[in-house]
Design a protein around this ligand. Structure first.
Ligand code: SF4
Length: 271
């Protein structure tokens, strides 16, 4: 097989992949292209989008790294966002890992459609093929090694985990970012992601009440639609009740939740 020539990081705008940006700038890893698949300006954590514009982009430019934010563009040329797909009138689509009455997340297509395919399309546009696949680096750190699975490998790509190769943990990533003079970024994900830990929901309710309200409204819309179809309710948390009730206002949660809760299992999101 021809040696892969194209090398890119799947940049999520979170702590791990921002550490990769710093490591690339310091030439400790060999990547000069960072591709960020934007799930939508109305869907991604707004603080992540701000961080990218205010810190990551200027840092990348200063160090000769190409950082490209990619939208999901449909065949007709229009941009589709995940929130747009979820709220489109008449849509029955439930692409996110919505929680069923038993608390388990349903099957999702959001990561594939809004991250993997968007980056794959760009890699192919830049010349990646099955014969000459691109190397794509994903920011999984040693403490989250269980997320490093190659379940979704496309023929035009070879996945690699530079933080695992360097033996770095999430706390190391934060230190690397700080030492480079950058603020540590907020957690990246869709603000309404059903993989959020209860603590994350609680923080959102307390610190970003307008986002929490939007999350509640999304959940209500999805259930209104399910009522019309005669289907049972689904939720953004695993507590089998509406977000407003599941995450009460003003109560500080004790750290009593399962550590495994709250992380996307692929590394394409939340890195
Ligand atoms: S962050 Fe959550 S909702 Fe958003 S694309 Fe990833 S899995 Fe889907």
């Amino acid at each position: 097989m021809t040696a892969p020539s194209l090398r890119s990081i799947s940049y999520g705008g979170g702590v791990q992949s921002t550490a990769l940006l710093v490591l690339a700038a310091q030439q400790r890893i060999d990547f000069s292209l960072f591709l960020m698949a934007n799930v939508g300006d109305d869907s991604e954590n707004p603080a992540t989008l701000r961080y990218i514009e205010e810190h990551a982009r200027p840092f990348a430019a200063e160090h000769g790294i190409e950082l490209v934010v990619l939208d999901r563009v449909k065949r007709d040329g229009s941009v589709e966002t995940l929130m747009g797909r979820l709220t489109r009138p008449g849509s029955r689509s439930l692409p996110i890992p919505i929680r069923m009455s038993n608390g388990a997340p349903g099957q999702r297509s959001c990561t594939a459609d809004f991250k993997i395919k968007v980056i794959g399309k760009e890699l192919k546009r830049r010349g990646a093929t099955a014969a000459a696949p691109a190397t794509i680096g994903i920011g999984i750190s040693v403490d989250e090694i269980h997320r490093a699975n190659n379940r979704r490998v496309e023929p035009h790509e070879v996945i690699t985990y530079p933080l695992l190769d360097l033996g770095l943990r999430r706390t190391d990533c934060a230190r690397i970012i700080r030492d480079a003079g950058l603020p540590v970024p907020p957690k990246s994900s869709c603000f309404f992601c059903p993989f959020h830990r209860p603590e994350t929901w609680h923080d959102q309710r307390r610190d970003e009440p307008e986002l929490f309200e939007k999350s509640c409204q999304l959940e209500e819309l999805l259930n209104k639609r399910r009522d019309e179809l005669g289907k049972d309710h689904v939720y953004l948390t695993r507590f089998n009740r509406p977000l407003r009730e599941a995450i009460p206002d003003g109560v500080d949660l004790l750290p009593m939740f399962d550590e495994a809760d709250g992380l996307c299992d692929s590394g394409w999101c939340m890195t």
